[in-house]
Design a protein around this ligand. Structure first.
Ligand SMILES: Cc1cc2nc3c(=O)[nH]c(=O)nc-3n(C[C@H](O)[C@H](O)[C@H](O)COP(=O)(O)O)c2cc1C
Length: 180
């Protein structure tokens, strides 16, 4: 399936997780992988180019680290600008119809904290409702999100042991999904 991966991470040079996931899938046949902050360092999105990339794909992946229970700002800006009236919704706004939206995210908090009685209060599926609603409005199927839990990026601490293994296993599963 042709896939567009949109990675949003404002500091990929300091990333310990997302960069590994991105490297695992970029270059796969049928995958076009774009790191938004590298493409648009001044924040000015080329809307026509992004719409054309989205039209080429049957599946669109939003890949990002969870930032304050949401996407980093560039991926929000991508939605605000690319998902235009008359293109993504409204009269004639059918360009995304029938595509799949796949969310791939990493969280600093462990899964157990994303519960009503946990530190983060809500399940991730609840916190992702705006993306699920966006998919519905634009005619996309919202696939089951892939979540890599508990990978807080702590400065000066190397990722090793079980954590490194978990990232590698997740990267392999992500790669297998995009190869299908
Ligand atoms: C500004 C900011 C906000 C964050 N907000 C959350 C959050 O709401 N929930 C959470 O679980 N982790 C949060 N984190 C942790 C990141 O999701 C985590 O460090 C990231 O997924 C690790 O990926 P990386 O190594 O590629 O940066 C936040 C990190 C930053 C820098």
């Amino acid at each position: 399936m042709s896939t567009l991966v949109l990675l949003s991470h404002p500091h990929l040079d300091r990333s310990k997780t997302q960069v590994r996931l991105f490297d695992a899938v970029r270059g796969l046949p049928g995958v076009e992988a774009r790191h938004l902050e590298s493409l648009y360092p001044d924040g000015r999105i080329d809307v026509a180019s992004e719409q054309a990339a989205a039209e080429r794909a049957a599946r669109i992946v939003f890949q990002f680290p969870f930032f304050w229970y949401s996407t980093p700002p560039m991926l929000k800006a991508w939605q605000d600008e690319v998902l235009a009236f008359g293109w993504a919704y409204g009269p004639g706004g059918t360009h995304l119809h029938g595509k799949t939206l796949q969310v791939v995210l990493s969280t600093g908090g462990p899964q157990a904290t994303y519960q009503p009685d946990g530190y983060n209060r809500f399940e991730v599926s609840e916190l992702l409702r705006p993306l699920e609603a966006m998919a519905a409005l634009t005619g996309m199927k919202f696939a089951e999100p892939m979540v890599l839990w508990g990978v807080a990026n702590i400065p000066d601490f190397a990722v090793s042991g079980d954590k490194a293994l978990a990232i590698d296993e997740f990267a392999a599963a992500y790669r297998a999904l995009l190869a299908s």
